[in-house]
Structures are given as structure tokens and as C-alpha cells.
Design a protein around this ligand. Structure first.
Ligand code: ARG
Length: 583
């Protein structure tokens, strides 16, 4: 469907043309004085200069030529503004058309693209912490928005499973259990099928080994050596690595399931490894990769750089490959497997230099086609109420799981106190409200900004929160259930100003979605549904819906709130959460 603002602009442009003026002056905007009018056109002011006539005269001539069926008010205000209110009939037919169109008449991408979204980015054998939360939540929503517009989107979790952390874990384990066959270089038998650790044990090894490597140079050296040997294919280390993966990944999957975050591709840094040798050879042959102090680097600095631009490091002096190397090799793999039009990366904004470096390298060496768009969406930090990165009570890094269960507990208590859901629905209702609180709390902020995690505020049923949006949906569901079958109900002309405001808010869906899509910005969608929910609630409070005696009028109300519910539910689906039946 054509966007409402475009339709109105077309009508006003036609009037400019009919008055003998250039029609481009007819562009209309949403009014910034909603107390005076709904839309406005300032084109007469600009036209006045071009045609050497007073703006007021021009505006009057245009208004005279407007089709009065389209506007309930068309007023010229000095010095030459045209203030407009839409006619009830125009608005009714537009909203009714939205109701009948697929996806509310929002136009899809005319040329569907193939897009890889790299998000999540958990590190194997390290517990997921809240730094990974934002990547998962924002990435999932952006992915759903991209898909909504008709694109083919591949969400790739890009596991961190190939770097020094693996060397640290293996070296740490060797200290604890040196007798294991994995460490015996002369061992020729087959390795045990059972992993030599539980998940709990595994998660303790990394922090201990990491701390130790900072104070014990010999241990750090050993971990580097192990990393290199693992990457070179030493059988015992590879076997241990597979155990680490097998123990850790199901847990990572479960947490993402709980978050309702789903990936099309479960590849990791290690899957890029087979592409490294050829890539490195090519880069050397083309002169991009050069030796420097025993390491192999890819200089990416350019003339005119405003800040220092260090080279990508491909192979360290100890022979191990690094984050930059797997990043570039992953591009090789993605180009080969997906031939993407766009690759979007989500990670902490402190990684922006890394992405700048590898994007440059990929362009210079044509690892990525020139027409492929590469984009880094760096997000800010989730802070505690003290304004510092969110921590546990004893100052440690908060595990994602702990955060989720804390919210579940907090919300669960409310749900039980409210006593509106059956006992067997408490758990599922709690989960949905908790997800809405957590995700909306995050997504309603601009991704690049830091924000403060505040459970009381995020989980409140009033205010700009996820649960408030759910509450609005649930309220509509309950009215619809009381009304009964509403399949025959159609939108009618607005019966009061609140109905009109609600309908106007509905017409702003397409522009909001398009903006959220263009800017990969779920926060725009959050602002939109907050505004729409506000219009719904205002209408609900000011209008007798179920008590309305004029049955035709009542059907119009019902169609209107049913449409509002559908829009809200679609939007929260795109944000990554869903509403319960009651709350
Ligand atoms: N595993 C990384 C981390 O925890 C994030 C990975 C982001 N994606 C990427 N392609 N580099 O910081």
C-alpha cells in the first residue's frame, strides 16, 4: 500500500498543479502542532519565492483546489501554511484497507537480499554472560525485521571456539589431570568417549586458567603452545576440544532457546579454519600479507587516516591464528556458501576497531565483493543502577542464566500475587512477561547507547515497558473474548476523537517499520508500539465498547481494537517476544 503521507502529498500536489504551480511543493508532513491540525504543507512559502507571489495567496489558491472529500479541514494560516485534517471517510477507507491487506499493507523489499547476520557470539566453555545478551536480543530482532521485509536472512551464531581460550582450558586441565591420555604424545589408542569433566567443572577451568596466565608466564607460554598445537591438529588436543564442544554447546543452545533466540547456522570460528591456509597463501602471493617480527600481518592503514590503524595480525610469531584470521576466513566461507548482499555483525562497540580493520582487509583483497555491504552494529553496555557494568552482588560477572532466573522469579511473584491466571498457566505467563520486560528494556534503547538495567522499572505493568505493551494486548483479547465472533466486523468512520487518534496512529506503522528496517533499529519499533498502545488505552478509557447500544458502531470499535491487537502482536513478534492470554 502507498503510505498515508504519500497519498496526502499526492492530493495536495495535485492541487498545486491545478493552481498552475510546480507540484513538488505539495509535500506534506505530520503536524508538529497536533492541537491545530494533523498534517501540514509548507510548500506555499517556498513557491512564493519562485513565483514572486505572496505565500498566503498561493496557499489560498491551493486550498481552493483541494478535493473537499479528502479533508475535514484545510486552512491557510499566515504567512502561508496549509493546515490539514483528514476526512473521516478517507481515514476509514485507509485503515480498512490496512486491515484487509497482508501484513497491514506494508510494502516489502522490491529486491529481496541475502543477508548474513552474525550475532550471539558466545564463547564455548565460558559461561554466557550478560554482554552476550544484547547481541542475542538485538540481533534476533533485527533478523526478524529483515525477514519481515522479504529478505533471505541467515543468522549465524559464530561460536568463539578456536582461540587462546581453548589453549587455556586444555593447559588448565592438564595441570589437574596430567595422567589423561590426551596429553600423551605417544598415545596411539582411541580416546575415551566420555568427557573427563562435567559442564560445571569445565566452566571453572577457564576463569582459573585465565587468571593464572596473567601471573604465571610459563603457564601462559604453555597455553599459547597448546593453542598452536590444537590448531595444527594434534590428535589428543583435538579430541579434548571435541569434548569441550560437546559438553558446552548443548548448554549454550538451551539458553538461547529460553531466550527465544534461534540461529539458522551454528558455525564457529573453528569452522573457518579449513579456509585459512589457502587464504593466507593468496594474501601472501598478492602482497597483502607480509612478515613483521616473525608474525604475518596485513597492513590496512591508508593515507589520510585520522587515527592509528594497526594491521590485521594473521599469524602470530608462535604460529597460532587469531581473531582477525578467523574473521577473514569466515568471510571467505560466507561468500562461498551464501554469496551475501549484506553482512551485519553485532558485537560490543569496543570491537569497532577490529571490524574496521577486517572490513578494510576484506575490501582490499576482494574477499568480499565490492557490492556486498558490510556493516558493524556495535552496542553499548548494560549497566547496573550505579552506572557501572552490571555485576553480581559480590562484584563478579553476572551469568546470563542467573539474570534470566532472577527476572523470572521477580515476575513470577507478581503473577502469583495478581491471581488472574490458572495455576498451570503461571509458568508460561511468567516466561512471556519476563521476556517482554528483559527484551523491551534493552530494545527500547538506541543500540549504541549504554543503558541501566532496572528490574523494577522493566517489569512494571505501567510506563514505557514490555509488560505494559503485553497488558494492552491482553486487555483487547479479553474484550474480544467477551464480544464473541468478530469476523464480520469492519472498521468504520471514527466515532470520536480517540478513535481518530488511534486510527492515525495505525497509519504510522509502515513508516515506523521502514525506518526500523533501514537503520537496523528495533528501538524505533518500540517507540511506535508505545505510542500505539497509548492510543489504544486512551480510546478504551473514553469509549464504551461492550456497553455500546448502537450495534453497528460497536462492530466498528471491535474491528478497530482487533486490528490494534494484530499490529501490536506483529510488532512484538518482530521484537522477539509474545503476549500471554491473561495477566
Ligand atoms: N565471541 C566474541 C566475543 O565474545 C564475539 C563474536 C562477534 N562476531 C564476530 N564475527 N567477531 O566477544
Amino acid at each position: 500500500m502507498e503510505k498515508l503521507l504519500n497519498l496526502i502529498s499526492q492530493r495536495v500536489s495535485a492541487a498545486f498543479e491545478a493552481a498552475g504551480l510546480e507540484k513538488s511543493y505539495g509535500a506534506v508532513t505530520v503536524s508538529n502542532r497536533p492541537d491545530l491540525c494533523e498534517f501540514q504543507c509548507n510548500g506555499a512559502l517556498a513557491a512564493a519565492k519562485a513565483y514572486h507571489k505572496p505565500p498566503f495567496v498561493i496557499a489560498e489558491a491551493v486550498v481552493e483546489r483541494l478535493d473537499k472529500g479528502d479533508f475535514s479541514m484545510a486552512e491557510v494560516v499566515k504567512p502561508g501554511f496549509i493546515n490539514l485534517k483528514l476526512s473521516d471517510a478517507f481515514l476509514q477507507s485507509y485503515v480498512e484497507e490496512m486491515r484487509n491487506a497482508p501484513d497491514f499493507g506494508v510494502n516489502k523489499e522490491p529486491q529481496a537480499k541475502t543477508i548474513v547476520i552474525d550475532y550471539g557470539g558466545p564463547n564455548v566453555a565460558k559461561p554466557l554472560h550478560i554482554g552476550h545478551l544484547r547481541s542475542a536480543i538485538i540481533g534476533e530482532s533485527v533478523k526478524r525485521i529483515y525477514k519481515f521485509f522479504g529478505n533471505r536472512v541467515i543468522g549465524d551464531v559464530h561460536l568463539g571456539d578456536w582461540g587462546l581460550q581453548m589453549g587455556l582450558i586444555i593447559a588448565g586441565l592438564q595441570e589437574q589431570q596430567p595422567e589423561l591420555p590426551y596429553f600423551d604424545e605417544g598415545y596411539t589408542g582411541s580416546y575415551p568417549e566420555q568427557p573427563p569433566f562435567t559442564l560445571g567443572e569445565l566452566e571453572k577451568i577457564y576463569p582459573a586458567a585465565s587468571a593464572r596466565s596473567k601471573v604465571d608466564a610459563a603457564f601462559a607460554e604453555k597455553a599459547h603452545q597448546v593453542t598452536f598445537e590444537l590448531q595444527s591438529g594434534r590428535p589428543g588436543y583435538r579430541a579434548l576440544w571435541r569434548h569441550i564442544m560437546n559438553v558446552s554447546i548443548p548448554d549454550v543452545r538451551r539458553i538461547y532457546e529460553d531466550l527465544d533466540v534461534h540461529f539458522e547456522s551454528w558455525l564457529g570460528e573453528s569452522d573457518a579454519d579449513p579456509y585459512i591456509p589457502d587464504m593466507v597463501e593468496n594474501l601472501k602471493a598478492q602482497g597483502f600479507a607480509v612478515e613483521s617480527n616473525g608474525a604475518l600481518i596485513f597492513p590496512v592503514a591508508q593515507e589520510g587516516d585520522k587515527k592509528e590503524m594497526p594491521p590485521c595480525i594473521l599469524i602470530k610469531s608462535d604460529g597460532a591464528v587469531l581473531y582477525d584470521t578467523t574473521e577473514l576466513a569466515t568471510m571467505v566461507q560466507r561468500e562461498r556458501d551464501f554469496h551475501p548482499d549484506q553482512i551485519l555483525y553485532l558485537a560490543d562497540k569496543r570491537q569497532s576497531l577490529h571490524f574496521e580493520q577486517v572490513f578494510r582487509a576484506a575490501r582490499m583483497a576482494h574477499i568480499i565483493r565490492p557490492e556486498t555491504q558490510m556493516q558493524f552494529l556495535g552496542f553499548g553496555t548494560m549497566n547496573g543502577k550505579d552506572g557501572k557494568p552490571f555485576k553480581t552482588r559480590d562484584g563478579g560477572v553476572m551469568r546470563l542464566e542467573t539474570l534470566i532466573s532472577d527476572i523470572m522469579e521477580f515476575v513470577g511473584k507478581k503473577v502469583r500475587e495478581n491471581q488472574v491466571v490458572e495455576a498451570d498457566q503461571v509458568e508460561e505467563t511468567t516466561r512471556r512477561i519476563a521476556m517482554a520486560a528483559l527484551k523491551y528494556g534493552d530494545l527500547s534503547n538506541q543500540p549504541t547507547k549504554d543503558y541501566i538495567f532496572d528490574m523494577d522499572r522493566f517489569a512494571a505493568f505501567e510506563g514505557n515497558t514490555g509488560p505494559y505493551i503485553l497488558y494492552t494486548i491482553v486487555r483487547i483479547k479479553s474484550i474480544l473474548a467477551k464480544f464473541g465472533d468478530f469476523a464480520h466486523c469492519a472498521v468504520q468512520t471514527p466515532a470520536n476523537p480517540y478513535a481518530k487518534d488511534l486510527m492515525l496512529a495505525m497509519t504510522r506503522l509502515a513508516p515506523a517499520l521502514e525506518l526500523a528496517y533501514r537503520d537496523a533499529a528495533p528501538n524505533i519499533l518500540c517507540s511506535y508500539i508505545y505510542e500505539l498502545a497509548g492510543a489504544v488505552n486512551k480510546f478504551y478509557h473514553e469509549t464504551r465498547i461492550l456497553g455500546e447500544e448502537d450495534l453497528e458502531k460497536q462492530q466498528g470499535y471491535i474491528a478497530l481494537i482487533a486490528l490494534a491487537k494484530d499490529i501490536l502482536e506483529k510488532c512484538i513478534e518482530l521484537l522477539g517476544f509474545s503476549a500471554p492470554e491473561r495477566m
